[in-house]
Each structure stands twice: as C-alpha cells, then as structure tokens.
Ligand binder design. Structure first.
Ligand code: PLP
Length: 307
C-alpha cells in the first residue's frame, strides 16, 4: 500500500514528496510542527494540537497556511488516504521558500506546509508500556523558548540517540539548577511516596505537552493530588512511580532512571491507570466528522472548528 503525503497544496505519493532546497525549514529550522496520535482511526486531542500550532506560529510570526477547518479536513483525509488505524500524523509549517538570508523573507512569501502519516503497532506500544521504559539524564543544552514547538531539535535528537545507545527509552534533560525539565520528546512526571503527581509547570522551559494537559485534567477529575513544580533526578530515583507523556507514548511508565530502579521495577498503578483512562476517553477529544463533509467539530469539551 503506497503512502501519501501532503505538500504545499497537493496530496502526492510519499516517495515523490519534495520541498525546495531553499525552504527555510530546511536551512534555518525556521519552522514549527505538530504531531497527532491516531487511535482506532480517531485523531487524538485534535483541538489542543491545533491551538498549540496556532500559538507556535504566532510566537514566530509565521503566517498560518490556511484556516483551522481546511487544515482539519486535510489532516483527516491523510488518515483515510493512508489507512491509518493507529499511528501518527506529522505536520510542519515553515516560513516558506526564499533566497537564503537570515532576516525574514518578503511579507508575501507563502508558508510551506507538509504532512506525513505513519502507522504504528498499537500492540507493540502497549507491550512497551506494560513493561515500562528506562530513562537516562543529560544537561539541557537547548534554547530558551522550548514552549514553541520548533523543528530545531538537534539537542533532542542527540539526547534520544544517547538513550538508544544504552538501551533506554528516553532521556530527561536537566537544567542549570539540577532539576528535570522534560524528555527529548515527552514530558516527565513522578509520583511521590504519598501519591502526589509532580510535573514541571508549563513555562518557557518546556513544551506544554497536549498529552500532559489532558493527563493533568484527567488526574484532577479523578481526584488525584497534583503539584506543578520542578523535581531533581534524586527525587525521581526515590519516587513511587515515574512516567512520560506524549502524543505517541500516551502515558508510558518509567521503571528505571540512570540505572536506579523505581520502586519495585514494575510500572506503577497511577501511571497505568492514567494511560488506560487517556485511551478510554480519547474519542471524546478526537476530531469527529459529522454529516456534511465540509463540517467538522470536536466532540465534548473541544472547540467547534467550523460550520
Ligand atoms: N516535550 C517535548 C520536547 C516534545 O518533543 C514532546 C512531543 O513531541 C512533548 C514534550 C510532548 O508533547 P505532546 O504531548 O503534545 O506530544
């Protein structure tokens, strides 16, 4: 089955999908991106990712390539064209194509957009979560605006590779004060001995994960205690539980950090329960097509996109 990509206004076979060499995303990482998880055909946390995309574009003064409704229709079409039941949708918007110069290109430069889709094995992801992953830590050498979902990910790439090379699943970044910021592609959480969930506040120091926010709200609704504060690796080593959240990992338990076994070395009940609830309620926050093909809305709790 051939994969389909969307590039600058066209659905094209993945193997023929091309962007220009002077796309600013390519030369300067002058671009932002979003990733949606697809679960049983539904685009998870649809509205949350759209609103973060809008914010990232706004912060960098990149023009939105189209309105939210048109984008929703294209993303949804990508799911069906690629027959994705479980997988990921990747979307990138750059400042466009222009002769290389650091300053912004002329105001009439069209933003570049590309979207890809890839299936993932829900079974493998679930098995990984049921086993738990290990995590290493490294200094956070990234820029000061980690709240913007920019494609400038080289430190994240190097950190993830360092984790892979020692058989770990993620690398947590440590700031200058010796506190955990987040993972290379996920947010970091621990659960204290008294059952309090701890995660870093969403400032410029971390990406405000859409999954982080959803898990936060689900935990609150379940009556769990949550504290938004930074924590040290030492506190994490002694935690009752630890886990990571992201659009692709949902909530995935962490069972070892820097070689220190967390609790009894098995995924904790808070982490697994939150994962289960996140998946069970996914459809409520997903993009749902309704009667007319041009009309899309986000079910319960989401924003209406178009009429
Ligand atoms: N933090 C970083 C650095 C990430 O790259 C990601 C996801 O890619 C996240 C956190 C989690 O964000 P989300 O839950 O929106 O996928």
């Amino acid at each position: 089955m051939s994969r389909i990509a969307y590039v600058n206004g066209r659905f094209v076979p993945h193997r023929h999908a091309r962007i220009h060499i002077e796309d600013r995303g390519n030369q300067f990482a002058d671009a932002v991106y979003e990733v949606w998880g697809v679960k049983d055909g539904a685009l998870m946390d649809f509205a949350g990712h759209i609103s973060r995309l809008t914010r990232s574009l706004d912060e960098l003064q990149i023009k939105p390539p189209m309105g939210a409704a048109a984008l929703a229709a294209i993303i949804s079409r990508m799911v069906t064209l690629n027959h994705i039941r479980n997988g990921l949708i990747y979307l990138q918007v750059s400042r466009g194509q222009a002769r290389r110069d650091h300053g912004f290109p002329p105001a009439n430069t069209r933003p570049g957009i590309m979207i890809t889709a890839k299936p993932i094995s829900a079974k493998k992801a679930e098995a990984r979560a049921q086993k738990g992953i290990s995590v290493i830590t490294q200094d956070d050498i990234r820029w000061g605006r980690r709240d913007i979902k920019s494609t400038s990910l080289l430190p994240n790439v190097l950190a993830k590779q360092a984790a892979i090379e020692v058989g770990a699943g993620e690398c947590w970044f440590i700031d200058r004060e010796g506190k955990v910021t987040e993972g290379s592609s996920s947010n970091a959480w621990i659960v204290t001995a008294d059952g309090v969930l701890i995660t870093r506040p969403a400032t410029n120091d971390i990406l405000n994960g859409i999954t982080r926010r959803t898990i936060f709200n689900l935990a609150k609704k379940a009556g769990l205690k949550i504290e938004e504060r930074a924590f040290t690796p030492d506190e994490a080593y002694g935690a009752r539980e630890a886990f990571v959240t992201s659009a692709s990992a949902f909530a995935t338990p962490v069972v070892e950090i820097d070689g220190n076994v967390i609790s009894n070395g098995h995924p904790g009940t808070f982490s697994l329960q939150l994962r289960e609830t996140y998946v069970a309620t996914a459809k409520e926050r997903a993009l749902q097509p309704i009667n007319r093909p041009s009309v899309w809305l986000v079910a319960r709790g989401g924003e209406r996109l178009v009429n």
